[in-house]
Design a protein around this ligand. Structure first.
Ligand code: COA
Length: 598
C-alpha cells in the first residue's frame, strides 16, 4: 500500500491547483488510504481524477469503445460450417475417449495394488488435497499415448498449474499405477517441459515423488544425453539459483533417479510408512551384501528425517504432508496478486459455433474474425493495419479482462502480412502486452511459375525472416493456439514450438506437419534404391503423413502443451494470462546460487 501511495504522490505535487503544500499531501495521502481500502490497484496517470481508477474501472470506462466484430456466419459458408462441425465432433469424440482412458492410469490391477496393498492415495486424490481447488490447468494429458514403446498413460506423470494458498504453482506428480511411476523417455520430456514452464513464468514448483526411477529397458534413451533424466536434477539447481522455490513430497518409493528429485528440492516432506528413498532398494542390497533390510530401515521417513537429513519434514500421513507443503508455501514471502475481479463482457457469439469454424482442412478455413468474435470480450477488437497485408489479422482485444495482442492467420503469410506481423509484434513488445498467436498456416508454398513469382517468393522469405526475428526477440509472454494447420516454415513466424511460446495448445482438429498429406500428388523423387517413386510408395507416404499429422500424434510426443476443446479456449487462454501475470508479484532480486542441502 505504501508503495502505491508513493507512486501517487508526485502526481499530487504536479497538480499545483489542488495541493499547495506538503501538509495537504499528507492529509490527502491519509484520506486516500481510507478511500482505496486495501486492495484496489491504482493507475499512474497525469490527470488527477484518474489516479483513483482501479483496473476494473479503467476497463469499464475505456475499452468498451473498441469496435465490435460482426461474427455472423454468411449463408454461403453454411456447407463449409457443417463439414467442419462433423469433423470437429469426430475429433472431440476421440479426445473424450482418450481422456477417459488416460484418467484410469495404469489400469484396475495397478490401482488396487497402489491403494489396497501399498496404502497410497491416487495421484488425482493427492492433487485434490494439495491444491486450493480443482480448477487446475493440466498439461499434456495425452503425452505417452501410442508410442513406439507402447502406451504410457499421461507419460506416468501428471503435470500442470494450480493454486496453492493463492499462489500459482507448477506441479509434477508421478503416477505410480503406471509401472511403479518409473520414468520413460516421454516422462523425462514431460517433466523437463514442466520445469521450463516454471522457469519461463517464474512459478514455484511442487514435486510429488513416487517413482521407481528409470524404466530400465529404455535406459539408453533415458540416461546419457543432455536432455535425458539428469537434466531434471540440473534444472532443480538452476531454478533454485534463479529463486524459483521447489518443494517436494516423498509419497512413495523413490529409487535411484527418483531419489534425487526430493533431495535436490529446497524443502522436502516425507510421509511415514509409504515414503522411502534409496539409490538402491532392499533387493539390490540383498544381492550385493546378502543382508536382509526393510525399506523403512534402509530409507524410510524416520531414517531420512532423523539420520540422513535428506528430508526436512516428517509427516505421519499424506494429508499432513500436503498441509505441510501449504505451510511451506506461506513462508515464501510472496506478495500475492491483488484479488482483482476484472469486469468483462462475454463474446457476443456462441463458443459452441467454434466447432463449425475449426477447419477440417486448409481449404475449409473461414474468415478468422468469425473465430475471434467468439473468443474475445464483447467481440471487441481494435484492429491494427486493417487494410494492409489482410492475410494476417493483428490487433488488440481483451480475454476475460486481460489486454492481449492478437496475431492471427487469415490466409498465406505473404510479404505484406509478414511485415505487418513484425510491426505489430514489436508494438506489443514495446508496450509489454502478451501476444496470442492463432495459427492456421498454409499447407504448402505454391511453386513459382515465372520469374516475377520467384522474386515474390524471395521477398516473402525476407519478410518472413523479419517476422521470425521479431517474434523470437519479443520480450513478452506468448501463447500459441493452433486452430487449424501448423504447417511448414510459416508456423515458425507464428510462434511454433521452436519459438518458445510460454504455452502452446492445439484444437483437436489441428494438423501438425511439414506438408499436408492431402496436397501431395507425386512422390518426391529420391535417388536411393528403396524409393521407386511409384503409386504404392506415394500411398504409403500419404498414409504415414496423415497418421503423423494428427493433433493426437503431436500431443503424444509433447510437441505442445495439450489439446483443448475449442469451446474452452477462452477460459484456458485467460487462465494462462492470469498465471503469467503472477511473476510481477515475486521477490525481484536474483540470487546466483542454489539452496544446497548440507
Ligand atoms: N524398470 C522397469 N520396470 C519396472 C521398474 C524399473 N525400474 N520398477 C518397477 N517396474 C515394473 C514392475 O516390473 C511391474 O511391472 P508389471 O506391472 O508389468 O508387473 C510394475 O513396474 C510395478 O512394480 P511392482 O514392483 O509390482 O510394484 P510396487 O508398487 O510393489 O513397487 C517399486 C514399485 C518401484 C517400488 C518397485 O517395483 C521397485 O523397487 N522397482 C525397482 C526400482 C529400481 O531398482 N530402480 C532402479 C532404476 S535405475
Amino acid at each position: 500500500m505504501a508503495s502505491r501511495i508513493q507512486t501517487l504522490t508526485p502526481l499530487f505535487i504536479r497538480n499545483k491547483n489542488f495541493c499547495k503544500n506538503r501538509q495537504t499531501i499528507w492529509t490527502l495521502r491519509n484520506s486516500l488510504c481510507q478511500v482505496m481500502k486495501k486492495t484496489v490497484p491504482t493507475l499512474k496517470c497525469n490527470m488527477f481524477p484518474h489516479c483513483f481508477l482501479s483496473n476494473k474501472a479503467r476497463y469499464g470506462q475505456y475499452t468498451k469503445t473498441f469496435p465490435v466484430l460482426d461474427g455472423s456466419i454468411p449463408s454461403v459458408c453454411e456447407h463449409v460450417f457443417e463439414e467442419n462441425l462433423r469433423n470437429s465432433e469426430a475429433c472431440i469424440q476421440r479426445y473424450s475417449e482418450l481422456l477417459c482412458k488416460v484418467s484410469k492410469g495404469g489400469g484396475e490391477n495397478a490401482i488396487l495394488r497402489h491403494t489396497q496393498r501399498n496404502k497410497k492415495l491416487l495421484v488425482r486424490e493427492r492433487l485434490r488435497m494439495l491444491l486450493d481447488d480443482e480448477t487446475f490447468l493440466e498439461l499434456s494429458p495425452f503425452a505417452g499415448f501410442d508410442l513406439p514403446y507402447g502406451d504410457v498413460p499421461a507419460a506416468g506423470c501428471l503435470t500442470g498449474i494450480g493454486k496453492i494458498c493463492g499462489v500459482w504453482c507448477v506441479f509434477m506428480a508421478n503416477d505410480a499405477t503406471v509401472k511403479g511411476g518409473t520414468i520413460y523417455p516421454i516422462s523425462v520430456k514431460k517433466q523437463l517441459r514442466a520445469q521450463q514452464i516454471a522457469v519461463q513464468n517464474r512459478l514455484l514448483s511442487v514435486y510429488l515423488v513416487d517413482s521407481g526411477g528409470a524404466f530400465l529397458p529404455l535406459q539408453a534413451e533415458l540416461f546419457p544425453d543432455q536432455s535425458h533424466g539428469g537434466r531434471i536434477f540440473y534444472n532443480e539447481a538452476i531454478m533454485s539459483a534463479m529463486k524459483i522455490p521447489q518443494v517436494a513430497v516423498v509419497c512413495g518409493s523413490c529409487t535411484a533417479g527418483g531419489a534425487y528429485v526430493p533431495t535436490m528440492a529446497d524443502e522436502t516432506v516425507i510421509v511415514d510408512k509409504i515414503g522411502s528413498m534409496f539409490l538402491a532398494g532392499p533387493p539390490l542390497v540383498k544381492a550385493a551384501t546378502g543382508e536382509d533390510i526393510s525399506p523403512e530401515d534402509l530409507g524410510g521417513a524416520s531414517m531420512h528425517s532423523k539420520v540422513s537429513g535428506c528430508v526436512d519434514h516428517f509427516a505421519s500421513s499424506e494429508k499432513e504432508a500436503y498441509e505441510c507443503v501449504r505451510n511451506i508455501i506461506l513462508t515464501l514471502n510472496y506478495e500475492l496478486p491483488p484479488e482483482e475481479t476484472l469486469e468483462y463482457d462475454d463474446p457476443l457469439y456462441s463458443a459452441e459455433e467454434l466447432l463449425g469454424l475449426a477447419p477440417r482442412g486448409y481449404s475449409y478455413t473461414l474468415h478468422i474474425k468469425l473465430i475471434l468474435s467468439r473468443l474475445i470480450d464483447g467481440s471487441r477488437f481494435q484492429e491494427f493495419k486493417a487494410e494492409y497485408g489482410t492475410t494476417l489479422v493483428t490487433g488488440f482485444a481483451h480475454m476475460e479482462g486481460h489486454l492481449v495482442g492478437i496475431v492471427a492467420n487469415n490466409g498465406e503469410l505473404t510479404h505484406d502480412a509478414s511485415l505487418k506481423g513484425s510491426h505489430f509484434v514489436q508494438l506489443c513488445s514495446q508496450r509489454s502486452i502478451p501476444i496470442l498467436f492463432l495459427q492456421n498456416t498454409a499447407p504448402h508454398a505454391p511453386e513459382p511459375t515465372s520469374l516475377s513469382q520467384a522474386e515474390d517468393h524471395t521477398n516473402r522469405l525476407k519478410a518472413q525472416a523479419s517476422m521470425m526475428a521479431a517474434v523470437a526477440c519479443a520480450a513478452v509472454p506468448k501463447i500459441t493456439l493452433v486452430i487449424g494447420g501448423c504447417y511448414g516454415n510459416e508456423s515458425y513466424a507464428m510462434c511454433g514450438r521452436s519459438f518458445d511460446p510460454n504455452f502452446l495448445f492445439l484444437w483437436p482438429n489441428a494438423r501438425v506437419a511439414l506438408v499436408d498429406s492431402r496436397h501431395i500428388s507425386t512422390f518426391p523423387q529420391a535417388r536411393d534404391d528403396d524409393c521407386t517413386g511409384d503409386d504404392s510408395d506415394l500411398k504409403h507416404l500419404k498414409e504415414k503423413l496423415e497418421e503423423e499429422s494428427s493433433a493426437f500424434h503431436s500431443s503424444a510426443r509433447l510437441w505442445d502443451d495439450g489439446i483443448i476443446r475449442p469451446q474452452n479456449s477462452r477460459k484456458v487462454i485467460a487462465q494462462c494470462l492470469t498465471i503469467m501475470k503472477q511473476q510481477k508479484y515475486q521477490i525481484a532480486s536474483l540470487q546466483h546460487y542454489p539452496i544446497i542441502r548440507l
